[in-house]
Ligand binder design. Structure first.
Ligand code: F6P
Length: 373
């Protein structure tokens, strides 16, 4: 009897998800004679057994679509909030769904949170395979994630467009990009768009040093500046507190972790207008006008780039192959151009930050781009 694969998409949506769903589904059917069902709205739909059959027709015409045709959600499978303060481990319920469909595996398309959920399922014997998607490019163990290239293009185009207006008005243009707690997107778009200062979470910044670099540009005859700020960028002292809380969250004490999560949430809220604060401080310190552009979710929307479509397709077909060979409990990573299964234990709970000696950082420094330090 033909075996069945389940697919779901979880976490923030990202360009390339539909290309990956299509690749998993078509390869499973055509190369391995398997059936495919899609669970709606991520792990939520999985535990509620909300699904649709993904046959030839439903997989056609979605390659170029943005978002995810399956819908998505964010939750932790072992601690689902029931709305009354109670948190329930949903893995037994998920196990029943897996048994009911006799699933060979569930392919989970997602970022860091999804890797953690997938490992939680794997540890109780539920067969999973994951694919790394996120515009943040921060999934550990893979060279790249699908969605990143598209977002990089969108952010770069925005910076290009800000250049001409910054120049015309002799202004500081502060542009905030996504990227969660890593600076891949901001650094890439900042370099591609010729930003004068690039602030990433990996390098705590000082507003004084950014202002000084803008004043040096002004003294050299350039009366405008582009400052690209990652949403997770932090000043030195905020960073120290953040790292302290993060260590508690990543530790073994669940109660302390819960408290630290609440505290870090408050810290993030207090930081939510930090890009505006940077702009205000730069205007004060330099005497130039400053304006803020927050790119936000536009970076995640729309059709995937060719690079993301190819990446999602390569990883998706490899996921189907992996399941056909009964190789589960892995993320299909992209390594040196090859789709490579990596045990989930090596990936989940870790983040791929920008190394401080990364060639992009080195190039930025050689160009005289201010990195805030
Ligand atoms: O992980 C993708 C991402 O877009 C991050 O860059 C950003 O911090 C977050 O998701 C935004 O989440 P939401 O869509 O829930 O606002």
């Amino acid at each position: 009897m033909a075996r069945t694969i389940g697919i779901l998409t979880a976490g923030g949506d990202s360009p390339g998800l539909n290309a990956a769903i299509r690749a998993v589904g078509k390869a499973a059917q055509r190369a391995h004679d398997m059936h495919v069902i899609g669970f709606r709205d991520g792990f939520q739909g999985l535990m509620q057994n909300r699904f649709e059959r993904l046959d030839g027709d439903s997989l056609s015409g979605i390659l170029t679509k943005g978002g995810t045709v399956l819908g998505t959600s964010r939750l932790k499978v072992h601690r689902v909030d029931m709305g009354d303060g109670d948190r329930i481990d949903m893995r037994p319920m998920i196990q029943r769904v897996v048994d009911q469909h006799d699933l060979a595996a569930i392919v989970c398309l997602g970022g860091g949170g999804t890797m953690k959920n997938a490992l939680r399922l794997h540890t109780v014997g539920i067969p999973v395979v994951t694919l790394p998607k996120t515009i943040d490019n921060d999934v550990y163990g893979t060279d790249t994630t699908f969605g990143f290239d598209t977002a990089l293009g969108i952010a770069t185009e925005a910076i290009d467009r800000l250049h001409s207006t910054a120049h015309s008005h002799h202004r500081i243009m502060v542009v905030e990009t996504m990227g969660h707690n890593t600076g891949w997107l901001t650094l890439g778009a900042g370099l591609a768009g010729g930003a004068d200062a690039i602030l990433v979470p990996e390098i705590p910044y000082s507003v004084d040093s950014i202002a000084e670099s803008i004043l040096q540009r002004k003294a050299a005859g350039s009366s405008f500046s582009i400052v690209a700020v990652a949403e997770g960028a932090m000043s030195g002292d905020v960073r120290t507190e953040h790292d302290r809380l993060k260590d508690i969250i990543d530790g073994d004490d669940d109660d302390a972790a819960e408290e630290a999560e609440a505290e870090i949430e408050r810290l993030h809220q207090s930081q939510s207008r930090s890009t505006e604060h940077v702009a205000d401080a730069l205007a004060d310190l330099t005497g130039l006008e400053a304006r803020v552009t927050i790119l936000g979710h536009v970076q995640r929307g729309g059709t995937p780039s060719a690079v993301d479509r190819v990446l999602a397709t390569q990883l998706g077909t490899a996921a189907a192959d992996s399941i056909a060979q009964d190789q589960v409990g892995v993320m299909i990573a992209m390594r040196d151009g090859a789709a490579t299964p990596v045990p989930l234990e090596e990936v989940a709970g870790r983040r791929k930050s920008v190394p401080l000696d990364h060639p992009w950082i080195e190039s930025a420094r050689r160009l005289g781009v201010c990195l805030g330090d």
